[in-house]
Every structure is written in structure tokens, then in C-alpha cells.
Unconditional design. Structure first.
Length: 274
């Protein structure tokens, strides 16, 4: 049998041309076509091109499920506004390729982001919240069956939003409107509460029983704390996180209550760390 260097030269290959291989599963030498070899290589390696995926969720609590593919993905997330919560479901690990990447960009805040491994062992180092303009990259490692965050936005970002707080108390007579807005810079949150009393209405705050809650998860401290700022006439506007509760309220050592009359509006502000 001639050696390889003694064979006639072939200058043009076709998919049906054969190569000798040793089959470990069969324990002997066999042949395989170039087409079979090409299919094997394509199945084992990730395409350098990214498959583009877009999503424009309209409601908090949204879920974006990425397609089952071995290709790298570029997700462009364009929510209709800031979102309190959202979930990203990664491609099934059973079909993911070693080195496959998922790049995510968002145009709006997602205060609490959940990433579902979808069969992978873990998602390591991924962000749990996103600000407008943030991006991050996940890479799949076949050996550990896990996703790893290899790049994410690290510069301090500024985000803001509004929400309607939930008043827990019995001090409303007529029509009283409660609203909140916040600004988050890195891990510093400034929260402002507005109470507006309509005509022929009133509001009575009772320190012993009343409080507000309903803040989005992204501005809730991850540790137990109580802090605040003095408001009008030495009333203290404070936030309290005694996990799992996050509340904000007014208090004053010498006064059990205060009253707002018809047409009155007050704004109170507090800054704290998360």
C-alpha cells in the first residue's frame, strides 16, 4: 500500500471525496466523506455571525425567550418604558455550542432582571438589574454546562422612574393622590413622595399605624436599614427595610399625627443606599 506522499495529487475537492478515519466507537479504520466532515465541524463550532433578536415588552413582568440555536445571539431589548421586573430565558443548554455568546442591550431600565438557565447548571456573574443603555455578554462553557458573564456595563449609570405607592392607613377623606418618583445613581437612590389633597377632601397621617409600600424592586435596599430626612416642622420622612418588607413613612417623636386640608400638596424627599 503506497504512503500518502506517493499518491497522485488532487487539486480540487468535492463533498463526496473520502478521507480515512479511525472510528473509536467501532474500533477499526473507516472512511468519511468531506461533506460528513464539514457537517461535524459546523456542529461543533459557533458561527462568528450573530443572529439578531428583538423584543419590545410593554408590561412589567415580561418574559423574553431566546430561540433554540447554537448560533451566538444579539438581543436588542426596547421596552416601551422603564420596567420593574423582567425575565430572560436563555437558549436550551442541550442545543448550545461551546463558546456560544448572548449579547443583550436594553434601551430602558429593568429594575429586577431574572435570567433563566434553561437546562444549564448556572448563570455566573450576570447582572440582576439594568439601566437604560446597559449591555452585557454571556458565554457558554460546554465542559461545566454553564453560562458566564464575560462583559457588562460597569460605569455608574443614572436612571429614574415613577410609581404609585400603596398607602396603608385610614386617613383619606374624599380624593387624595399619592405619587412617587426616584433617581438612582449607581447605588444611591433619591426618593420623593407627593401627597395631593383635592377640593373638599382631607388627609390625616397617623404615625402609629400608617405607612407606604409598593416601591419597585430596583430601589429596595438589599440589607436591613432605616434612614431618613427631616421634613416640614421636624417631621421625619424615613425608609425602613426589614426584609422582606420595604416601607416609607412619616414620624415625629412628639406628634402622633398631622392633617392636610383641601387643596394642600406636600413633597418629601429622602436619599439612601441600596
Amino acid at each position: 500500500m503506497p504512503t500518502i506522499n506517493q499518491l497522485s495529487q488532487l487539486n480540487q475537492l468535492s463533498g463526496s471525496d473520502q478521507l480515512p478515519v479511525y472510528s473509536a466507537s467501532n474500533g477499526d479504520a473507516r472512511k468519511a466523506s468531506l461533506s460528513t466532515l464539514l457537517a461535524y465541524i459546523e456542529a461543533q463550532f459557533v458561527s462568528p455571525d450573530f443572529q439578531r433578536v428583538t423584543a419590545s415588552p410593554t408590561l412589567a413582568g415580561f418574559t423574553v425567550t431566546l430561540p433554540s440555536t447554537a448560533n451566538s445571539l444579539f438581543l436588542i431589548l426596547t421596552p416601551t418604558g422603564p420596567m420593574a421586573t423582567g425575565t430572560l430565558v436563555l437558549p436550551p443548554a442541550s442545543g448550545a455550542a461551546d463558546g456560544q455568546q448572548v449579547v443583550v442591550y436594553t434601551s430602558e431600565d429593568v429594575s429586577a432582571l431574572t435570567i433563566t438557565p434553561n437546562g444549564a447548571t448556572a448563570v455566573n456573574g450576570a447582572p440582576t438589574s439594568l439601566s437604560a443603555g446597559d449591555a452585557f455578554t454571556l458565554r457558554f462553557d460546554n465542559l461545566s454546562n454553564s453560562w458566564f458573564c464575560i462583559e457588562k456595563s460597569t460605569t455608574p449609570s443614572i436612571s429614574s422612574g415613577t410609581f404609585t405607592p400603596v398607602y396603608n392607613g385610614a386617613g383619606v377623606t374624599g380624593t387624595v393622590t399619592f405619587s412617587c418618583r426616584y433617581q438612582k445613581t449607581a447605588n444611591v437612590v433619591t426618593l420623593e413622595l407627593t401627597i395631593a389633597v383635592a377640593a373638599a377632601s382631607s388627609f390625616v397621617w397617623t404615625t402609629a399605624t400608617d405607612y407606604f409600600d409598593g416601591a419597585p424592586a430596583g430601589i429596595v435596599p438589599s440589607f436591613n436599614m432605616q434612614t431618613g430626612a427631616f421634613w416640614n416642622d421636624f417631621w421625619f420622612f424615613s425608609v425602613l427595610n426589614a426584609s422582606p418588607l420595604f416601607r416609607f413613612a412619616f414620624s415625629k417623636a412628639t406628634s402622633p399625627s398631622f392633617t392636610l386640608g383641601a387643596g394642600q400638596t406636600i413633597r418629601s424627599q429622602v436619599t439612601y443606599l441600596i
